[in-house]
Design a protein around this ligand. Structure first.
Ligand code: NDP
Length: 283
């Protein structure tokens, strides 16, 4: 029977470990603090921002919320980021994406100081990951590696197939799997014979944003399947990029949706924030 990788449980473990680390840091006078900036009032973004605030409160990380109106100018946002970059009491800065169309997302990401870029989106951190240097790793990919490690699933030498090559999931998770000595193939919309490539995978990471795309014909018997996708169906329930019901009886392990990869993203964001506070106090 497949092992169902419990992202909720693993993320709670991580948050509890962070909680005691933060308590220890506070005894030394170090108070980790995350600044979260939201521009506009997109309801999904508000939910994400609130979840981040809740996680900070649970762990004991200070959080500062900046809620800017939709019509805020790019320059104003860049000034706020600059101010936070220079504020020694702030260890992490996060701009909730997407931002309004009149702002240049890359310019905003690049304005965040790389040593406070807890989302791991700054080109310096992306580059560091790819050449094996220390830096912040983006949170969903880092969470996927934790799910595998904490489920005692080894990566070394395994055929890892990642479907999706986005900057926030596909590319960084591929780099991390390579760093863990997996043999990595990255697929995308132009990949030929996708099904055949997927069938080779010991570890299949599905991150294409298409509901229930991967059925049992894509997976090898005994594979490990990580489903990054998240979609709301017409019946209100959530599903992933993988057709869970068709795949579950064939695989050795699988992440459910919800309750798999999803909860790990915030846990790893919190981890990055604590690491940032630690690092800054060792400098
Ligand atoms: P993007 O839309 O940015 O990227 C999708 C990728 O999938 C692209 O590289 C695209 O290829 C590829 N792709 C699309 N269709 C196919 C296909 N039919 N066959 C092969 N490849 C295909 O998505 P994201 O990476 O941002 O997100 C992927 C999914 O993960 C979404 O469902 C998203 O909601 C979810 N997600 C979940 C998170 C979590 O915390 N659980 C966090 C982030 C995302 P090409 O490059 O050629 O266009």
């Amino acid at each position: 029977m497949a092992h169902i990788i419990d992202g909720k449980k693993i993320s709670t473990q991580i948050k509890d470990e962070l909680k005691s680390r933060v308590a220890g840091l506070k005894e030394k006078g170090i108070c980790p603090c995350l600044a979260v900036i939201q521009v506009g009032s997109d309801p999904a973004s508000t939910v994400y921002v609130n979840n981040k605030k809740k996680a900070c409160a649970y762990i004991g990380i200070g959080s500062r919320a900046y809620e800017l109106p939709e019509e805020t100018g790019e320059q104003e946002l860049l000034q706020l980021i600059d101010q936070l970059n220079h504020d020694p009491s702030v260890h992490g800065i996060l701009v909730q994406l997407p931002i309004p169309d009149h702002m240049d997302e890359q310019k905003v990401i690049m304005a965040i100081s790389p040593d406070k870029d807890v989302d791991g989106f700054h080109p310096q951190n992306v580059g560091a990951l790819n050449i094996g240097r220390p830096g912040f790793v983006s949170c969903t990919p880092a969470g996927i590696i934790q799910l595998l490690k904490r489920s005692d699933i080894s990566i070394e030498g395994k055929e890892c197939v990642v479907v999706g090559r986005s900057n926030i999931v596909g590319k960084p998770v591929s780099a991390l799997l390579l760093r863990e000595n997996g043999t990595v193939t990255v697929c995308h919309s132009r990949t030929r014979r996708l099904k055949e490539v997927c069938q080779r995978a010991d570890i299949l990471v599905a991150a294409i944003g298409r509901p229930k795309f991967f059925d049992d014909s894509y997976v090898k018997e005994g594979a490990v399947v990580i489903d990054v996708g998240i979609h709301r169906m017409d019946n209100g329930k959530l599903c992933g990029d993988v057709d869970y019901d068709k795949v579950v009886s064939k695989v050795a392990a699988i992440t459910p949706v919800p309750g798999g990869v999803g909860p790990m993203t915030i846990a790893m964001l919190m981890n990055n924030c604590v690491e940032s506070a630690l690092y800054k106090n060792q400098e």
